[in-house]
Write a protein that binds this ligand. Structure first.
Ligand code: F6P
Length: 515
């Protein structure tokens, strides 16, 4: 097992603190560009399928150099190697972390014998996807899952709409709120519908409630062939069979829920874009895996991003980061990345369970551009808090409506420019202080391959900051307490028993029971 030095116990951390206090805190982007004609070249780079411009960030060469030193002193490379070697780096659950293996090509050297099983399952799943794509009686696919069993497939199916086979409609039901399932079921016919029950554990309360209701609806509406109209995507194939689903696609405990869309959980994506498209999606992610695994830290894009995150969170003390994808197909990307980053790095103890003296995951949030510009960008330009913003622009559009795409791209560029440059106005109200940081990502086209690469880049960036913070980015104990309490409260809603509840919960429960 690899050992990590906690970031705050390294000489580089102390040095970063000194560098920050002695001037970096007052870093000015405009002066930095004036002083260095090569700043754009120095702070931008092409990684597989993703171009990133980091030059409009509050960082100078010295800070970046010290951050690389910090990564070395913390043993980042050893941690990366440990993941790729299949070590059980998810120590609190005693599991390896090997989502990268789901996108490794056949025959590649990997830890253990898992790769052969991965490809066997992938082939079976893709053959099934192709069969359903050719089956014109199935017009509607309903994915029932939540969190990692929903957000990734939903985000990707929307993003890759251009590649989606005509004649199939995709629906995603995650919430236990019956309004959602009810709304989707209206207008569906059992003989034309395929339900995918997606749950790593096959125990998640919301998913099980929705799956039971979907099965009941199917049977009550005259459906008989459960095997033909229900498939389960799960590591708990036994539980799926007990539930009555015989068509199953499995995956393994070394795939975290929020890292699972590359596994059987990605079946909706494969149904939407086909086997070839899904393989391209995996290939894009794999190219980023290789980049992350073997590129020196200085040219390693996920590493540079993760280090910038540490710099912002722990030295500038920014508490949030916003992402603005300038592509309407990426409207679910912020929600997807929220789970990826905040469920991974929203932790307050180190690997030994000791309380951390520094901040970890920022709040990640966002909306597609240009919409956000007419909502909350006001605060990004003139608010009292600095929120680093991430732009994601796609060079080529796939529609042919004249004029739209240049307008969209011009807006993305202009916002990044305005945030940095600002504008003086003595009156105050129209003053833009500027010097507000942003990162700008460019994809040439939004394809399965480029989307796969972008998401893998983000996964590894989250890995990097998590490794430096010395936390376990792969567990999620913080979601458990609420689940347990909900189980206790549910029967009280019908019985009215408030014994042992705090006064607020008791009062609210009674209020919700009042007619
Ligand atoms: O409650 C959080 C969580 O465990 C996530 O980590 C996970 O993605 C989601 O619930 C769904 O879990 P499952 O796929 O097991 O239904």
């Amino acid at each position: 097992m690899s050992t990590l030095a906690r970031c705050d116990r390294t000489p580089a951390w102390q040095e970063l603190g000194r560098h920050f206090a002695s001037g970096a805190a007052r870093f000015d982007l405009r002066q930095a560009f004036d002083a260095d004609a090569k700043r754009f070249e120095r702070f931008s780079q092409q990684a597989p399928n993703v171009f990133a411009d980091l030059s409009k960030n509050l960082i100078d060469a010295r800070a970046e150099e010290l951050l690389f030193a910090l990564a070395r002193q913390c043993g980042l490379q050893a941690r990366i190697d440990a993941m790729f070697a299949g070590e059980r780096i998810n120590a609190t659950e005693d599991r390896a972390v090997m989502h990268f293996l789901l996108r490794a090509p056949k025959g590649q050297q990997g830890p253990g014998t898992e790769l052969a099983v991965v490809h066997e399952t992938l082939d079976a799943m893709l053959a099934y996807a192709e069969r359903i794509r050719g089956d014109h009686t199935i017009t509607d696919v309903v994915n029932i899952g939540i969190g990692g069993s929903d957000l990734g497939p939903q985000m990707a199916v929307l993003a890759l709409d251009e590649f989606v086979a005509p004649g199939k409609h995709f629906h995603f039901v995650s919430n236990v709120d019956g309004h959602e399932l009810d709304g989707v079921l209206q207008g569906l016919a059992p003989e034309h519908t395929l339900f995918l029950i997606a749950s790593k554990t096959f125990t998640t309360a919301e998913t099980m409630a929705n799956a039971r209701s979907a099965k009941r609806w199917f049977e009550q509406s005259g459906g008989t062939d459960i095997a033909g109209h229900f498939a389960a995507l799960t590591t708990n194939v036994e539980a799926a069979r007990e539930f009555g689903i015989s068509t199953t696609f499995g995956f393994w405990d070394w795939v975290g829920g929020r890292y699972s869309m590359w596994s059987a959980i990605g079946l909706p994506i494969a149904l939407a874009i086909g086997a070839e498209g899904f393989r391209a999606f995996l290939a894009g992610a794999h190219a980023m895996d290789e980049h992350f695994r073997s590129t020196p830290l200085e040219q390693n894009l996920p590493v540079r991003l993760g280090l910038l995150d540490v710099w912002y969170r722990n030295f500038h003390r920014f508490t949030s980061r916003s992402i603005a994808p300038y592509h309407s197909g990426l409207k679910r990307l912020p929600a997807y990345l929220q789970q990826l980053e905040m469920e991974s790095n929203g932790k307050q103890v180190d690997l030994d369970g000791q309380l951390l003296p520094y901040g970890t995951s920022p709040v990640l949030w966002g909306e597609p551009g240009t919409n956000g510009q007419h909502a909350y960008f006001q605060m990004l330009h003139q608010g009292t808090d600095v929120v680093p913003l991430e732009f994601l622009a796609v060079r080529d559009a796939t529609h042919d409506l004249p004029g739209h795409h240049p307008k969209l791209l011009a807006n993305a560029l202009a916002q990044a420019q305005a945030l940095m440059q600002g504008k003086k106005d003595e009156g105050g109200h129209r003053n833009f202080s500027g010097n507000r940081p942003s990162t700008f990502f460019v994809l040439e086209r939004l394809t399965p391959e480029s989307l796969g690469a972008f998401i893998a880049m983000y996964e590894h960036r989250v890995f990097t900051s998590g490794a430096l913070w010395g936390i376990n980015s792969f567990d999620q104990w913080g979601v458990e307490l609420g689940k347990v309490l909900a189980k206790d409260i549910e029967p009280r809603l019908s019985s009215g028993d408030v014994a042992g509840l705090d006064a607020s919960t008791a009062g609210l429960l009674q209020r919700l029971r009042q007619r």
